[in-house]
Design a protein around this ligand. Structure first.
Ligand SMILES: NC(=O)c1ccc[n+]([C@@H]2O[C@H](COP(=O)([O-])OP(=O)(O)OC[C@H]3O[C@@H](n4cnc5c(N)ncnc54)[C@H](O)[C@@H]3O)[C@@H](O)[C@H]2O)c1
Length: 319
């Protein structure tokens, strides 16, 4: 019996592969290596398949049977909001089409446990202090829309087949559990600031006139190792007879402003960082912080790391 991790050679997936291996689970990775690094999952079988490819359903059926797969964690997707605005149809093909092939293969083989990478991007711009799983989902870009459609597809498959599934809506993921598994993309605040500082430039703050205490946007930063642990908890939850809920926020429940993150990086590096103030970007909600009571109660999961741990691990990984 093995766990299939799609996108396992990626940033978050490789952390989960490592935790699964540590507790003795057999793992097989499916990844097209479009953004993955094969050495992150050294020691585990890796099948190079593009999930969105026309023949992917049959290839997946073969993998599920050959490795005697009993559950799947599905990370494989494209994840850049800006790119999704420029290439929306390709995003639908990749993220929605890839999931359709996976769900069809699971049904054919009778694999019934699935954990899905969703995102806080499904909420769009909610005007609430804490976002609960019942907050309206109004994604404002194609990336977020592909994640919400993915959730609907899974719900429909759950209703029609024996599928049991958990959808995890990640808030802002950062940090590294092991330096070699760190995110290589420079798309989120922590790596962007580290990159600017390393190249001798001031980081730019997009808007300091938001209705927040220091005027900069507030987000919920979750350490990638904590997030990876949430997937293990979700897999175990699906083994229960009667899983009660299927969608969970994954965050810390605490918000940090852009200024607070830059201050934490400044502390971590032991040097002063003076940012440049820029104007607001379209589509940035002032505040996006998770209510994490459901995941705490049902999956008995709670983030263990705070902002300084996240920043410290990202700095250590860059070194
Ligand atoms: N990183 C974040 O902040 C964040 C936040 C919310 C949700 N997510 C979601 O979590 C998942 C993993 O994100 P990540 O940060 O590890 O990204 P990543 O790009 O590092 O990992 C994704 C992996 O999937 C693979 N992949 C992409 N398209 C594929 C395809 N068509 N077929 C097979 N493999 C494919 C890539 O090669 C890569 O190894 C994604 O679904 C992403 O949307 C990430």
């Amino acid at each position: 019996m093995a766990v299939l991790v799609t996108g396992g050679a990626g940033y978050i997936g490789s952390h989960v592969v490592r935790l699964l291996a540590q507790r003795g689970d057999d793992v097989v990775v499916v990844d097209d290596l479009s953004n993955g690094i094969a050495t992150r999952v050294d020691g585990h079988p890796i099948e190079q398949i593009d999930l969105a490819d026309a023949g992917a359903e049959d290839s997946l059926v073969d993998v599920l049977r050959r490795y005697d797969v009993s559950s799947v964690i599905h990370f494989a997707a494209k994840k850049q909001v800006g790119e999704s605005v420029e290439r929306p149809i390709w995003y639908y093909r990749q993220n929605v089409g890839g999931l359709a092939n996976l769900l069809a293969a699971l049904e054919r083989v009778g694999v019934e446990r699935l954990v899905f990478s969703s995102s806080a991007a499904v909420y769009g711009m909610p005007d609430v202090e804490l976002v609960t799983e019942d907050t309206d989902c109004r994604p404002i870009n194609p990336y977020g829309q592909t994640k919400l459609i993915g959730e609907w597809m899974i719900d429909n498959a759950r209703a029609a087949t024996g599928l049991r599934a958990v959808k995890l809506r990640y808030f802002n993921v950062a940090g590294a559990g092991w330096p070699e598994l760190a995110d290589t993309a420079v798309m989120n605040l922590v790596p962007i600031v580290l990159d600017r500082v390393a190249s001798g430039q001031p980081p730019v703050v997009f808007g300091d006139d938001y209705p927040t205490p220091d005027g900069t946007c507030i987000r919920d930063y979750v350490h990638v190792t904590d997030l990876a642990e949430a997937h293990i908890a979700a897999l175990d939850y699906l083994a229960d007879d009667q899983p009660q809920e299927s969608v969970f926020n994954v965050g810390t429940g605490t918000g940090s402003s852009v200024t607070e993150v830059i201050d934490a990086i400044s502390r971590g590096l032991g040097r002063e960082i003076i940012p440049e103030m820029g104007s607001r970007r379209a589509g940035d909600p002032p505040r996006l912080v998770a209510d994490v009571s459901r995941i705490a109660a049902q999956l008995v999961w709670k983030a263990q790391h705070g902002l300084d741990d996240i920043v410290g691990s990202a700095i250590a990984a860059r070194r």
